[in-house]
Structures are given as C-alpha cells and as structure tokens.
Design a binder for this molecule. Structure first.
Ligand code: AMP
Length: 279
C-alpha cells in the first residue's frame, strides 16, 4: 500500500503505473470504522485499484470545536487500510488541498443544500462540494463511493457530478450500524459508554417511524419522535423530518410516485449524531 501526502507525487505515480485502469475512490476524514471499510471493500471488489483519501476538511465545519475535536487516528487507519487491501492512501495537508487558501466554491445544488444539514450547518455543503470536486480532479476516479449515512451529502455530490458533467459514477452504500443499531460514525468515539449504549434510541425511533409510516399521519409521527427526546437526560433533538428523496424537502403527507426517508439529528452533549432510514 502506497501513502502519499504530496498530491503531485501521487499523480506522477498514478500516471506511471495505472493508466487505463479503473479507479475506485473513497473520500474520508479518517478515524476509520467498519462503516468506512464496507465502502472500501466494495470499491476493491469493483475496481482495478482503490484510492482512499484521509483529510479532515476544514471548510465543511461550521463549528470550530467540532473541527478541533474531530478524532485523528492516522496510524490505526493505515493499519486497517493495509489489512483490507487498499492500494493507495492520500493524506494531504490543508495547504496541499487549498494552495490558494481555504475558501469554498459556491454551488447551486438546486435547493438540496438548503434543507436539514444545510440549515443547521451553513456553508457545510459548499465545503463538501469543494473538497470532493478537488479530490475528483486529482484522483480521476471511475467510481466514487459514498455512504447513505450522509444521505443529503450523497444527493449533493450526485447533483454536483451532473452540474459539472464529471466523468465519475457515484455509488451509494448502505448504512453500517453498531450491534445496538447506532449508525457507525467517527464521532461515536467521543460518546461515553452510557451515551453510546442509550443512543440506540435514535435508530429505534427511525424504525418505529418506518413501521407506522402508512398507518399514521406525518404530524403524529413527528410528535411521537419529539416526545421521546423531550426532557431526555442525554439527548437533544435538533431535527426530525420526513422528506421526499428527490427534493429532500419536508413532506406533509404521502403522495403517489414519491419515495420518502426519515432524517434525524441529535446532540449527545457536544457530539452531533445524524441518521436516516428509507420509508
Ligand atoms: P466521513 O469520514 O465521516 O466523512 O465518511 C466518509 C464516507 O464514509 C462518507 O461517504 C460517509 O457517508 C461514509 N460513512 C460514514 N459512516 C458510515 C456508516 N456507518 N455506514 C456507511 N457509510 C458510512
């Protein structure tokens, strides 16, 4: 496995050794867990070579505490990547990624970035779009893998690929969960054992919404989730919404020919957790 922190060295290596090969790309911010590995293994199975990037992208954080406390476990990450058979790892510095300074491009994601995460994390998706576009320009992947855990991000990336007619196929990957149902996340490391255990509640709410989706109206489904988190000792609900999977706009009732997902964001102390489920 080759590790590059200098992007020009990576590009030279790629041009010398891997012309006309299919390249799978998995962008990450490190602190790798089985959720990331499921994407990487799928990429290994579907491409000649796989490039994983590890870069904590400052421009997608709107909260400095969140950025500074983001877990960094490079040594352990590289061990895991070697074990699963990853070919190339990119670990660029912010200077390498943003030689002209850390500024985001502004995108028109057609309203997709204004909902949910976009509302609560202003500028987040411009930051994501900027870094992923740059990674695609450097890596030139045939396929790029993104988790449904960050469903809105997946929609935004697909939109960006369309907008710029980028020659890459975006592959959505299912959400990988801990045994208690909590969606795996690098941020889970920052939870206490008790919080981590109790956080199964988030998935339980989503599952209950799914079960009752056709039996109850959306208002009632919303109220039930709010009730669960009201005065909860560990968790504070930031949002819970049911949205149609095309526009990501909050839906009020079921309409024909539309598909829906329920989305949730919850604070456990300082740690922000997100999850979603198909209805
Ligand atoms: P991150 O390092 O959090 O930026 O995540 C890198 C990629 O892994 C993104 O495409 C995420 O959606 C995906 N990912 C993170 N956690 C999970 C999970 N539990 N299941 C599936 N994909 C995930």
């Amino acid at each position: 496995m080759k590790v590059f922190d200098k992007l020009s060295n990576f590009q030279k290596f790629l041009n010398k050794n891997y012309t006309n090969k299919t390249i799978g790309c998995v962008p990450t911010m490190g602190a790798l867990h089985e959720g990331h590995l499921s994407l990487i293994i799928q990429a290994i199975n579907e491409n000649d070579i796989v490039v994983v990037s590890i870069f904590i992208n400052p421009t997608q954080f709107n909260n400095n505490t969140d950025l500074l406390s983001y877990p960094k476990t490079l040594k352990a990450d590289l061990t895991l990547l070697k074990q699963v058979g990853c070919d190339i790892v990119l670990t660029p510095s912010a200077q390498e990624m943003y030689p002209k300074g850390q500024v985001s491009e502004t995108f028109n994601f057609g309203g997709l970035a204004l909902e949910m995460e976009g509302k609560f994390r202003p500028g987040h998706f411009d930051g994501v779009g900027t870094v992923v576009k740059r990674l695609f320009e450097i890596i030139k992947p045939t396929k790029a893998y993104f988790g449904e855990k960050d469903y809105q991000q997946l929609c935004v990336i697909k939109k960006m690929v369309k907008l710029f007619k980028l020659p890459v196929h975006i592959v959505p990957c299912p959400i990988f969960r801990e045994p208690n149902g909590l969606a795996m996340s690098s941020r889970n490391e920052r939870l206490s054992a008790e919080q981590r255990n109790e956080a199964s509640l988030i998935y339980k709410c989503l599952q209950k919404t799914k079960i009752n989706f056709k039996k109850q109206n959306f208002k009632k489904l919303n109220e039930e989730v709010k009730e669960v988190f009201k005065s909860h000792p560990f968790f504070k609900l930031e949002y819970f919404i049911i949205a149609d999977t095309q526009s990501l706009k909050t839906a009020k009732k079921i309409e024909t020919n539309k598909e829906y997902r329920a989305f949730i964001a919850v604070y456990a102390g300082q740690v922000r957790l997100i999850d979603n489920i198909a209805m």
